[in-house]
Write a protein of this length. Structure first.
Length: 156
């Protein structure tokens, strides 16, 4: 018959942490890929108008955004309540659009410059006069590829 010795307690083996850095870097890369950074802090109200025929933008690196709408509450004291234009982080007038488009075009690769698309994010309550003025300024800047941001209309 064999004799079992229960006098010594067995210790718990040490936890193997050699693969922990791999897991952490995998999670880090996952969040870096999935997370999008907001480039512009909106200073104007933007409630997208509804549309029936929508097309998704393919290459967003070629898109330059111009925002127009009523200033947010914290800016209404200094800017008023009329529709204003926002180019990146700055307030602008229609006359500033041409220089803005030219500067944005210069930041792009020479190959991508002809494919530049200007997306107008205009509040649904904005007056059409300012939209028309913006389109004229874009024509003067030879920015002829224009899109309007909107949401899909569910009920026809």
């Amino acid at each position: 018959m064999s004799k079992f010795n229960k006098t010594g307690k067995k210790e718990m083996p040490a936890l193997n942490t050699s693969s922990l850095p791999d897991l952490i870097f995998t999670l880090l890369f996952f969040f870096m890929i999935v997370t999008t950074m907001r480039e512009v802090s909106l200073k104007v109200e933007f409630r997208a108008p509804q549309a029936t025929e929508l097309e998704k933008l393919e290459k967003k690196s070629l898109v330059t955004f111009i925002y127009a709408g009523k200033p947010l509450l914290q800016y209404q004291q200094q800017m008023g309540t009329e529709t204003r234009i926002q180019l990146n982080e700055e307030w602008a007038e229609v006359s500033d659009i041409q220089n803005f488009v030219m500067n944005e075009r210069m930041k792009m690769n020479e190959v991508d410059q002809p494919m530049m698309l200007v997306s107008l994010k205009i509040d649904r309550d904005a007056k059409m006069g300012i939209v028309s003025d913006m389109k004229q300024a874009l024509r003067r800047a030879y920015a002829l590829r224009i899109s309007y941001s909107s949401i899909k209309r569910e009920n026809l």
